[in-house]
Each structure stands twice: as C-alpha cells, then as structure tokens.
Design a protein around this ligand. Structure first.
Ligand code: GRG
Length: 336
C-alpha cells in the first residue's frame, strides 16, 4: 500500500532542495552554449520548473512513504532521513520532464519519478557503507550508518528499494505499456546487469589501471542506466510512441554519461561543503575517473559533446521538450 496519510510533522522537508535551486539559478542564468537549436532553453524558466516539480515530488514521497511514527519507527525515520536529506531530485525531474515532452500528466508520472528517487537514495545509502565507499557525509548530512548504525542503514536501503516497486505498481496502464514492462524497466536498471554491475566493476577497479573503455562500461551502468530509466519511465507514463521512447533512451544515455563525468570533475574541483559529500574520494580510493585518465579539460569537452548528443536526441520533439533540454544544460554546468 502506498496511499498513506500525509505526515504533518515534515513541514521542512525538501527545503534544502528548493534553496539550492534558487541559489544556483540566480547565480547562473541559463545560457545556451552547447548544441545549437536552443531558443526554447533560453526562454525556459528552469528555476520555476524545478521549484514546482521538486515540491510535487517531495509532497508525493511524504504521502506515499510510511510515516515516521509507523512501527518500527527506526526504519521509517531512517528511510525518511535519507530521502529528505536534500538531494537535487534530478532523476524525478527528468522523469516528469520526459512525461510532459510526450504529452503526459504529472499525476501519472509521479509514482514512477518517486520510485526512481527511492532506488537512487537506496544506492547512495549502500554506497556510503563501510564495506563500500565508507563515507561520513551525504547530501550535506552525516550518512545513514553514522546516524542509525550499519544494520539500520542497510535495511533503510533495502526498504527504499522495495518501496520503489510498490510505487511502480501504481502505474496506470495505457495502450502501449503494461505494468509488467514498467516493473521490468525498473528492475533492469537497478539490477545486477546495470546499477549493481557498475558498482561491482567500480569496486573491482579500485587501485587498478583501467582503460577509458572500461570506465565507460562503469559509467553506463553505475550512473547512466538509472537516468535513462527515469526518462523512459516518464515517457511510458505518457503512453509515448516507440520513436519517442527511443529518443528518450538516447537522451537519457548521453545525459547520464555526461552526469557522471561532471560528478568526477566536481570531485576534484569542489569542496566537501559545496558538494554535500566528501570531495577528493576518487583519488583517495584510487578510482579510475575521466579526469584521472584524460585530464580535466578533455573531460569537460567530452561531457559537453555528450550533452550535445543528448540535445540532438531531442530534435524529434521539435521544441516540445524544453524542460529536458534545460535540465541537460544544467547538468553540464552544475557545480554541486
Ligand atoms: C546492493 C549493497 C548494494 C550496494 C549497491 C548500486 C550501488 C550500491 C551504488 C550505486 C553507485 C553510485 C552511488 C553511483 C553514483 C551515481 C551518482 C553520481 C550519484 C550522485 O547523484 P546526485 O548528484 O545525488 O544526483 P543527489 O544527492 O543530489 O541525489
């Protein structure tokens, strides 16, 4: 069951996200430097868009996740601690923007946008565990295991992963996509051939010299698969055509790769305070990254090229995907 009473205690939830967007977008008005046909990006109010969509996602998560008072309270508090810790909500925003590009509704896309965010947050909780990246800071706060202990942190991740599939069960079938296809989409992206495969390759690559090709394999799975899944699910919620789904897949794939390269760049160029997570971890763990293999400047060029490919994938939407274009541009220029 995901329809639950709303929790009146969480008035402050999500405030971090909104403050972040306001700060970022006031400092850096959207400018079009990549990808050509960009009038719609210049005109698009990304700040307003993200403020509204982030608030909608936070309200939905607050309503659909078990309340913090539900027994056993510890696990529900831990789930909520991480999910409302102030993440950027990029995956749900991409999911909702994809739905809109295909003429869908917020209402139909929201359960899937929330499902992807639950999977993403679970992966961060587990990634931070001592057995994985062993990190103390996430989303500007102490990591789950630091606050709740390792056992509860593992279970909070497990519970969020499970909740994602309960949310996916709310998918309203249209003419083209069944619930089964939606569940398989989510399971495919989160499973041992994609998200977990990327994490395995990442763990096994630590301290080893790996090629750019192997690094791309990791990025495609660890990061790009879930972003691609987010936009595909948005399209599916809108009963998109096969051609639209293919364009969204292409877009999500390239945006996802660019996202991880920028993440690697930020790891070496920004502070922990700015990122809300420990900076410099990749180098300390001797992880292969694009900056380590090809240098910072070339990494920036590759991220810009990938973003250009993402813009190209949107051309078939003929200007009807301004939010997706603005998000791709933001993801390239972000500093957090
Ligand atoms: C199954 C035990 C077990 C662990 C799985 C799959 C996994 C652990 C970890 C995923 C690997 C991972 C953390 C990939 C990084 C993707 C990435 C760049 C995350 C940061 O995303 P942002 O910047 O974060 O969107 P916010 O906090 O803003 O949501």
């Amino acid at each position: 069951m995901i329809k639950r009473e709303s929790n009146t205690q969480s008035g402050a939830f999500g405030a971090n996200n909104l403050d972040f967007w306001r700060r970022f977008l006031h400092l850096r008005p959207l400018m079009s430097t990549v990808g050509g046909k960009n009038e719609s990006r210049q005109a698009f109010d990304l700040e307003g868009y993200l403020t509204g969509r982030t608030a909608a996602v936070n309200r939905a998560l607050n309503r659909w996740l078990p309340p913090p008072t539900a027994k056993p309270a510890t696990i529900h508090k831990a789930m909520r601690y991480s999910i409302f810790a102030g993440g950027k909500r990029m995956r749900p925003a991409l999911c909702l923007a994809a739905a809109e590009a295909c003429g869908g509704s917020l209402e139909d896309a929201l359960p899937l946008a929330c499902a992807v965010e639950c999977i993403h947050t679970y992966s961060l909780i587990h990634d931070d565990l001592p057995a994985m990246d062993d990190d103390d800071l996430r989303r500007g706060k102490p990591t789950s295991h630091k606050v709740f202990g390792e056992g509860i942190a593992i279970l909070a991740g497990d519970a969020l992963l499970t909740e994602a599939f309960a949310l996916a069960a709310w998918f309203r079938e249209g003419r083209r996509y069944s619930q089964r296809e939606v569940v398989l989409e989510l399971a495919g992206a989160a499973g041992s051939r994609q998200l977990i495969a990327g994490q395995v390759a990442d763990l096994e690559g630590e301290g080893k010299k790996i090629s750019a090709r192997q690094l791309r394999y990791i990025h495609e799975r660890k990061t790009s698969a879930l972003l691609r899944c987010a936009v595909r699910l948005g399209g599916m919620s809108a009963d998109c055509t096969a051609a639209q789904l293919a364009a969204l897949s292409d877009f999500g794939h390239h945006v996802g790769l660019a996202f991880q390269i920028i993440d690697d760049i930020l790891d070496v160029t920004q502070s922990s305070a700015q990122l809300g997570k420990t900076a410099g971890k990749d180098q300390a763990a001797q992880k292969a990254t694009y900056p380590a293999i090809v240098g910072l400047e070339r990494s920036r060029e590759i991220a810009a090229q990938l973003t250009g490919r993402a813009f190209a994938a949107l051309e078939s939407f003929k200007g009807k995907a301004p939010a997706l274009a603005a998000l791709a541009e933001y993801l390239l220029k972000r500093n957090r």
